[in-house]
Design a protein around this ligand. Sequence first.
Ligand code: ADP
Ligand code: GLC
Length: 485
Amino acid sequence: MKVLHVCSELFPLLKTGGLADVTGALPPVLSKLGCDSRVLLPGFPAFMKGIENLQLLIELPAKFGASKIQILSGTIPNTEIKAYVIDATGLFDRDGNPYSDSNNIPYADNYRRFALLGWVAARIAEGIDSEWLPEVVHGHDWHAGLAAAYIKASEIYNGKKLAGTILTVHNLAYQGVFPAHVFHELELPGYFFNVHGLEFFGQLSLLKAGLFFSDKLTTVSPTYAKEIQSNEQGCGLSGLLGSRAHDLVGILNGVDPEVWNPVSDKLLIANYSAKSIANKAKCKITLQEYTGLKVQSDFPLFTIVSRLTEQKGLHLVVEGIYEIIKRGGQVAILGSGEAEIEQAFVKIAAKHPDSVAVQLGYDEDHAHRLVAGADVILVPSRFEPCGLTQLYGMIYGTLPLVHKVGGLADTVNDVSLENLAEEKATGFVFNEFNIVEFNAAVRRAFALFSRKTEWKKTQKIAMLQDLTWDAAAKKYFELYQQVSN
Ligand code: ADP
Ligand code: GLC
């Protein structure tokens, strides 16, 4: 089975969030099932530099504002996975974030940049690589939404079926919406600009293109798959998603043990496992020293490793943090995003340096130190398609405290008496998104922390959850078989 993944981020080369973790982890696991996966990437500097042995495959006619377009092929470091990289002079060779300039303003020509990504996917599906023809094109998020549209356009024009298509929605809130007047630049059939097509309330939506034209749709948890069919969480697309309910499946993300594993994580001062967890205490002390927090062991240390955006529900923490401090707990935060949330945490940390530490920015190494050294990881998201940090927390014996929504609802079991009795509890779950419920969950965390035996038992249960990618890879593989016929 030959599958082309189309995406804009890939760990470890370029990452702004969990999307990169998924696109980095999934293809190698699929290989183990006999699935020959390749990846198509825009020629961002990180990929031009990081993909190994890049060689010219073919030069394509210049378009979408690029003065020259070359398709290169190479290998993702430390894997046998092949990558195609689009070297498009003027479109991708820009520093910083893949989507925005240094002031965080989205690039005005994003529709052209990601049109090119989808357009090249269709050319690969037509066979520009004489040695490798995908049977399935698997797009990730709005950046890849047009791949299915270009494939459909080619099939209609040439009367020949190409690869089956799948779109995975990692986050419905990001849609790639652009003004209608740029539609003609996309070189798609005019009638594609239609409510039965990629028209979206008078504009054009790259995500909708993918949702409409792909053979099958997936998202990253079963609960989110249901939620996005509702008006409240459908981001204007619930009607389309509801009408495609039979083609939409929720497949939970996993954890890559090569990257997130307390047994072998080289970024930790000491390694530990579910069987022998004593060294986790060393990680906590080192973290307290590193962040300037008071070194203490009697109270829980909470952490946040997150994009600081509205989605992540962090204003509950800004409000609820005093409940934690009052009880002797500590909070260590790593994140970057909206200035208002950043400044709120910075201010609290300045007032309570023994109890609260904040590091702004993106720091992979510190993320590992926090996940290992803390006792509880806070993920109170308003909505969460899957969420990976709560999974990393579990694997590291750092119990997640989460809002019961999306993938968080699917992956964390509250420490209710019945869950404790049945040895199912893995964290602290609050149902309604409000401060009263958040604070109650925080109090449950303190209560459990003071009962050492039960705390350790819950840690162990969390650490022993099967969170690998194997189950997900099998489900994707089944879908590939369905759409490739
Ligand atoms: P999302 O993709 O919505 O941001 P996920 O929980 O799926 O949420 O994935 C977030 C990923 O990004 C995790 O791998 C997490 O460790 C990482 N991450 C988030 N913020 C930072 C940061 N400031 N520094 C380092 N890693 C971060
Ligand atoms: C998105 C979602 C997150 C998910 C990640 C990987 O960024 O916000 O919930 O875990 O994609 O699928």
